[in-house]
Design a protein around this ligand. Sequence first.
Ligand code: NOJ
Length: 387
Amino acid sequence: MLLGAATSSHQIEGGTFNDWTLWEREGKAPPVGEACRSWEKMEEDVKLLLKVGANAYRFSIEWSRIEVEEGLFKIENLLRYRRFVDRLLEVGITPIITLHHFTNPVWLYTKGSWLNPDTPKIFSRYVDLISRYFQDVKIWITINEPNVYAYRGYVEGSWPPGERSFFKALRVIRNMLRGHSHAYSAIKANVKGAAVGMAHHLRVFTPLGPLAKLPVMLREYLFNFLPLYSDVHGEIPPPVALMERISSRGDFVGINYYTRDRVKFSLRNPFGIEVAPENAWLSSMGWEVYPEGLYMLLKRYNFSRPVIITENGIATEDHDERIRFIAEHLRWIKRSQNEGVNVRGYLYWSLMDNYEWLEGYSAFFGLFTRDRKPKGDINLKKLWREV
Ligand code: NOJ
């Protein structure tokens, strides 16, 4: 079993300059500042991983650091990640590389980011280069949470580029799935034995009343099922495309799981509206903690493939609560394994407190503080044995 933690470049490195930086400068998100300074302190992050008994680490490579202008690659920065991966391998931690975790280089942003039909090819040229340098990395995540990216940036408009168009969101999803497909082929060609997938954000949707079943079906299909199905079966279904073939074969199912939504029917919104949970276990961000939901999703969405929980975490200032949270989720994972689901890994979000997008530094997901202080004892291997 792979056990470890997950992070992403913009959230921990400091000194990143991408489309999210522009968003911060426009006052639409808190400034990231120096984050956790992981760009300089990556090797210290390895020590943290060892302290919590991790044997795997999921992190992202910041595209804007490598392809500084379109087609112009800064190899020196690539080699910085290379040294980091060497270090992980030296100490027996399996590296899991994410290639796109929400942020885009500014030059791509000015070309329309993932609305641009050329972006899938542009992305895969970049991925082709990266994967040549990391032939000893065997687990790859091309794109993180395409559904959340499209929803926040193109439906809700709270993330860059701040659009509100359902149809644009569908185009973004389609281009991301195409980008994933090209990237999948590039990695497979360069890295022998690579397992390539995506990190899919899955939620449990609970209908409040019989009428709410309709909006729940819509959410279930578009948000949970569609991107994951495309990844696993290599075809993109409507309304995103007409069963367009892509090269992905779903080497594994990557699941980011946090919470569930209770959904009420509404005449104004075909997707219904969310109702705040009552008498429920809540994180400090107000998200309902629902460990059984992970089991439900694992049973429903494993597609008879190996599964990696690519993220699962809680924002809380109470570390004992965090340990309880992890233990509960691990217990449900074990139960799903006993019933035949092939779960191969669990990555806690996150290694240390870091930049939580619109919430800035007010959400405490970390096993360690932002300046790498321990919050209390936790050993993932031991916990896994005990649950
Ligand atoms: C999922 C995202 O991948 C990550 O960037 C974010 O910080 C966590 N969820 C927590 O919201």
